[in-house]
Design a binder for this molecule. Structure first.
Ligand SMILES: O=C(O)CCC(=O)C(=O)O
Length: 202
């Protein structure tokens, strides 16, 4: 795996699976599982004030962490981050499948954790997006330049981002599935389905 080391200083870590740690067998098993749970998908917020208020083209379905396949995904995520970062008390909390339909708009810029609460914490929680299909991306606001950056991820690659990093689910011209998980700390667990909109980013 290779790490975009510059990104670490900025509060996000992109890890590319360039030696295929996530092999074809596990990718197939994940895609089979995704096929099973996608029927339980629920729309999530896709508020976007530049286009439409909510296009209902972004969905999530909860992953069942008792299942072997989900345990393997969890272990893959944790071993990837541990190879380049000390994770402290962080643990994987909720894990979901994210599904975008063709034509899904970019989300409004937001954080998944309350920026006011984060300010007082020594150890920040992180979010992670794991690609399982080609064409996966995540838009983030680079904290140094305040400019939007589109992070492209091939299957098996991940982006970890600190809880205060402003981000938005990308727009998709075709259907896309990906995994999203929260690395909560002992002190701060993500509140399910709660996001904090950022109106300073455009
Ligand atoms: O759709 C995505 O890839 C990211 C979604 C996201 O950031 C969220 O719903 O909080």
């Amino acid at each position: 795996m290779s790490v975009d080391i510059d990104s670490v200083k900025k509060g996000y870590i992109v890890i590319h699976d360039d030696n295929n740690r996530m092999d074809a067998t596990i990718l197939c098993a994940i895609r089979d599982y995704v096929g099973d749970i996608i029927k339980d998908k629920q729309p999530i917020f896709n508020y976007n004030d530049r286009e439409v208020q909510d296009d209902n083209k972004r969905f999530q379905a909860k992953l069942d962490q008792r299942l072997t396949i989900v345990k393997s995904i969890k272990e893959y995520i944790l071993s990837s981050i541990r190879s380049s970062y000390h994770i402290g008390t962080r643990r994987i909390g909720k894990m979901v499948l994210l599904h975008s339909e063709a034509g899904c708009q970019q989300q409004h810029w937001h954080t998944d954790y309350d920026p006011d609460v984060l300010q007082g914490l020594a150890e920040l929680p992180w979010g992670v997006v794991l690609a399982i299909e080609n064409g996966t991306s995540l838009d983030i606001i680079d904290p140094d330049t305040r400019e939007p950056v589109s992070i492209q991820l091939l299957p098996g690659s991940l982006i970890f981002f600190r809880g205060d990093i402003v981000h938005a689910g990308a727009a998709y011209s075709g259907p896309n599935n990906r995994i999203h998980a929260y690395l909560d700390t002992d002190i701060y667990r993500q509140t399910a389905n709660k996001t904090y909109l950022d109106f300073d980013s455009v």
